[in-house]
Write a protein that binds this ligand. Sequence first.
Ligand code: GCU
Length: 595
Amino acid sequence: MIKLINLSLILSLFFSLITSNLVAQQNMANVYGRRAQSLNGKWDAIVDLYDQGRKNQIYLNKKAESKTDFYEYAFENGLRLNVPSDWNSQMPELKYYEGTIWYGRKFDVVKENNKRLFLYFAAVSYRCRIYLNGQEIAQHEGGFTPFQIEITDAAKENDNFLAVEVNNSRQVDAIPAMAFDWWNYGGITRDVFLVSTPKVFIDDYFVQLDKTKADKINAKVKLSETMANSSVTIEIPELQLKQTLKTDAQGEVKTSFLSRKIKRWSPTSPKLYNVKISTRDDQIEEEIGFRNIWVKGEDIFLNGEAIFLKSISFHEEIPQRRGRAFSQADAVMLLSEAKALGCNMIRLAHYPQNEYIVRMAEKMGFLLWEEIPIWQGINFENESTKEKAGKMMREMVARDKNRCALAFWGVANETQPSEPRNAFIRHLIATCRAIDTTRLITAAFDLVRFNKEKETFVMDDPFTKELDVVAVNKYLGWYHSWPVSPDKAVWDVAKGQPLIISEFGGEALYGKTGEKDVVSSWSEDYQATLYKNNLEMFKHIPNLRGTSPWVLFDFRSPFRFHPTNQDGWNRKGLISDQGYRKKAWFLMKHYYDNK
Ligand code: GCU
């Protein structure tokens, strides 16, 4: 018996070793600025509701050759799905689908002996296994961050068969977990590229203004190989800055530039500079902005000036299409509505959104709050969940660290106080700080309550002291009735720190009017009353430094059950799912225009 146990132990260790190097790599910096072949388009697909595909090795894509060969599957001539796109919005039968769908396609490559090839996925929701030419080459978990796999050796000149096994089933140890207030879209939801690089390439770089100095730019570059004495040139032509340095033993260079001519980025003046980085064989460039952001007392300073954050939240969803946003055009649609509202910031709820949105927001002049979906009931006691969250945080921070618009990293949304939660969040903060020490760390809490004796709104979660900025989701007039009239509200929350109202609001069905004091009316007039009352209360919060109404657009959620008022939609949008502005939109616009 003992022998058997040892054998099974050895085997499981062996297989875990094999699968461990199947973890997809963190991707190289700025994929969108590289030589890449798009693999977007229609892919073949097989809906695998009972998870039979992997054990039947359908990723081999076998074809009958002899008279007795027999395969009960084929990728060709069947279902085809758009990539990028969620699958839910592509056909009625997949609206609620939670399970496995296989995607398959062929591609050719030009094999050059001094080049390397990588498969890049901007996101796959929620977990996936990647198979190339019949071999499993990678796995990834997390529906909102990119990953890559090197295929230099595995790829052939012609007829490479790529199979992607995608699964979006909710699980207790996942992030997000079993229930969350947005649609559980599944699929290859963002771009897929084939990226070609030189043998030794510029793998990563981080160029940003010093945390507190207006004239000092810090830069570090990492090559794909740990080779010393290799020349790297960093140049910002518009500022006449250029340095050529030699890499250290880790293949890295670190340096600073001084210039009194830096025009700092801000929402009102979103100045970006062309930054070029080059080596003997590789060169890459992108638009990078330079700004300072820090907290002092109860104020948030951008470039040395105290600011008020006129924010809004939106999901990565195009309501008219009932699907995930994924393109440049989608980004313009969402961001232009935020601009029209008079915002200078966006809380990208509740997960890292696609790079088109992040890069376009920076160009249009929005500060950004980004977060991974630590949304309510996460399995904080589970060590592997904590590791997963750390990896998602690392992938998000690594992807967007050169985006000066990114000002806040959100590390939790509506979590309840506990030591496991604190340890989990501390791990996220440390993971973030290991890459980026300059941005502000925040988290949204829903723990503000009204203390009747003191007649004051208070919040007792000591963890707030570990954050740079405290944020509060508070639904007065919706989930909570008013314990005091808005003009008499007294807040004693996060004294000595900047406070943001990161969510407030209520639902309204566009076009429904009247009953302005009836919560269950779902009328625009009630929603407007709610906004008027909250905006009145905000005048009485001494350390309030920003507001972010929940939410810009009505969005889809499987637990919004009311058949006429909701019908599977969360109607807290200031704009309806068809793009019509509700009465509350105009109140918010007036508030921001006069802030
Ligand atoms: C919570 C949560 C949101 C949710 C909102 C609501 O605050 O953070 O994701 O959609 O409340 O109930 O509408």
